[in-house]
Write a protein that binds this ligand. Structure first.
Ligand code: ADP
Length: 271
């Protein structure tokens, strides 16, 4: 009987604990919903005034040659900062769409080799300005998978852009690979690389290895956070391998068929 008492007491206190845990979790969920809504509302609210500033700034920017040099430089500064602001807002909106679970994939049969070529082409002038050579390693120019082309192209653009920015002028190799169920897109650079402590944060929102580089290198610090969401909404993975001084390799693995779940672990990262 004593044993039963003890069990009954334990059960009661366990119930109490479970209740209070549950309500704490509910509160936390509410809080993050409020936060999500806040980010989304603020981003939407900022769009209209930003558009007005952009239009006014464009007028000044187009006439900058007719201004005294200092005023011309101010017009240029305004132009780049407005661009950064627009980028930040669109990234914030995208993150809040993911948080709200309102992202709808528009998957279609897509040639990933073409997507990779397209992303490389759009970054060629950036690569040239940094002196780095963009290379593509792809099987026979053709590899189809059911993906949302806009999202996967964005991931590639992000990864290749990062590889160029942190690549110290060394080559950047984009490769397209596959097995029976999965396709893999890898972006390898031979630049700065990251320590394991840095790698642990690389997908965190707003995280950047060296905040002092922030002003010289554009971007919002949200690129990889969004890319990882893009991978996971496809039931895929975005993995990273990196080593200081040896460079980095980011690898996106996706199921060939829309909605398929990959059972095996992703194709391992190359050294
Ligand atoms: P952003 O590029 O806007 O800073 P990202 O989310 O794309 O934001 O990247 C976050 C940070 O991860 C970068 O600021 C950089 O410190 C680090 N990083 C990303 N890609 C690389 C890379 N290929 N080599 C070294 N560091 C990288």
């Amino acid at each position: 009987e004593k044993g039963e008492d003890v069990i009954a007491t334990l059960a009661r206190s366990f119930n109490g604990m479970a209740d209070s845990l549950q309500s704490q979790i509910r509160e936390l969920a509410d809080l993050s919903e409020v936060q999500q809504r806040f980010v989304s509302d603020v981003s939407h609210e900022l769009r209209t005034p930003l558009t007005t500033i952009r239009l006014a700034g464009d007028v000044l920017y187009d006439q900058r040659a007719s201004f005294p040099p200092a005023t011309g430089r101010t017009a240029e500064l305004l132009h780049t900062q407005v661009e950064r602001f627009e980028l930040l807002l669109s990234d914030l909106l995208e993150i809040s769409r993911y948080d709200a679970g309102s992202v709808k994939l528009e998957s279609e049969p897509t040639n990933l080799v073409y997507l990779a070529e397209d992303a490389i082409d759009s970054l060629r002038s950036l690569a040239e300005s940094k002196g780095s050579d963009l290379q593509l390693v792809a099987p026979g120019g053709y590899l189809n998978a059911d993906v949302d082309p806009r999202r996967i192209r964005r991931v590639l653009h992000n990864l290749i852009g990062n590889a160029i920015e942190h690549g110290e002028g060394k080559p950047v190799v984009v490769s397209v690979d596959s097995d029976a169920k999965a396709v893999a897109l890898a972006v390898r650079d031979y630049g700065l690389g990251m320590s394991q402590a840095e790698v642990a944060h690389v997908f965190d929102r707003f995280w950047r290895a060296d905040p002092s580089r922030q002003r010289t290198i554009g971007g919002t610090g949200l690129g990889l956070a969004i890319s990882r969401e893009d991978a996971s909404v496809h039931n895929g993975w975005l993995q990273v391998w990196s080593s200081p001084g040896e460079g980095s390799c980011f690898r996106l693995t996706l199921p060939r068929l829309a909605g398929a779940v990959l059972e095996s672990s992703p194709i391992p990262l190359p050294p």
